[in-house]
Design a protein around this ligand. Structure first.
Ligand SMILES: [Zn+2]
Length: 167
C-alpha cells in the first residue's frame, strides 16, 4: 500500500488529537522507511529477520513503542503507536503478497495487479482518514482550502502510484 498508509495516519490523528501528525506518519510507514534505510546503507540482517513479515513487524512495533514510552511514560500512547505500525503490514496484505515470516508461506490479495481496484481501495483509506482528520478544524473555516488541497494531493499521489508505478 502507498498513500493509503497516510490515510491511516490521518485517521489516527483524528482519533488521538494530541499526538504529533508527523510522528504518526512516520509510524504508519515505519516498515517501509526501515526497508529503505537498510537498502541504502546495505545493512545485512540475520536471515530470520525479513521486513514486511509478522515477526519483524512486531519487533519494530515494540521498539518504536518503547522509545515513545521511555520519552513520555504513557502506555496508551505506546500501544497506540504500536498498533499504527502493525496496521501497515495488515493493509499491505491487501495490496501485496508477502511472506508471513522469513521463508514462510506467502499470503495477500496482491491488488497491485489491478490498478483501478488498488486506487479505489487506497483512495477509500485516504478519504475516510481525511474525513476523520478534518473534524479537528471544524471551527476554522480559513483552513478549509488547505484541507481540500491536502486531499487533492494525496489522491493525486495515489493515482500516480496505482496507474504509473505499480503498472
Ligand atoms: Zn509496506
Amino acid at each position: 500500500m502507498y498513500a493509503g498508509h497516510l490515510g491511516i495516519a490521518l485517521f489516527a490523528k483524528g482519533i488521538r488529537r494530541n499526538e504529533s501528525l508527523l510522528l504518526l506518519i512516520i509510524a504508519s510507514i515505519f516498515i517501509d522507511l526501515t526497508t529503505i534505510f537498510i537498502d541504502i546503507f546495505k545493512i545485512s540482517l540475520p536471515s530470520w529477520f525479513m521486513l514486511h513479515t509478522i515477526p519483524s513487524t512486531i519487533i519494530l512495533a515494540v521498539c518504536f513503542g518503547l522509545v515513545i514510552f521511555i520519552k513520555n511514560r504513557n502506555w496508551r500512547q505506546c500501544i497506540f503507536f504500536g498498533v499504527v505500525i502493525i496496521s501497515h503490514l495488515l493493509v499491505d496484505y491487501l495490496t501485496s503478497r508477502l511472506s508471513i515470516w522469513a521463508k514462510g508461506p506467502v499470503i495477500g490479495l496482491g491488488l497491485y495487479k489491478y490498478p483501478l481496484i488498488d486506487f479505489i481501495l487506497e483512495g477509500t483509506f485516504i478519504v475516510f482518514g481525511w474525513l476523520v482528520y478534518q473534524r479537528i478544524f471544524k471551527n476554522q473555516k480559513n483552513k478549509l482550502w488547505a484541507l481540500w488541497l491536502m486531499l487533492f494531493i494525496l489522491i493525486g499521489l495515489q493515482a500516480c502510484f496505482s496507474f504509473l508505478i505499480c503498472n
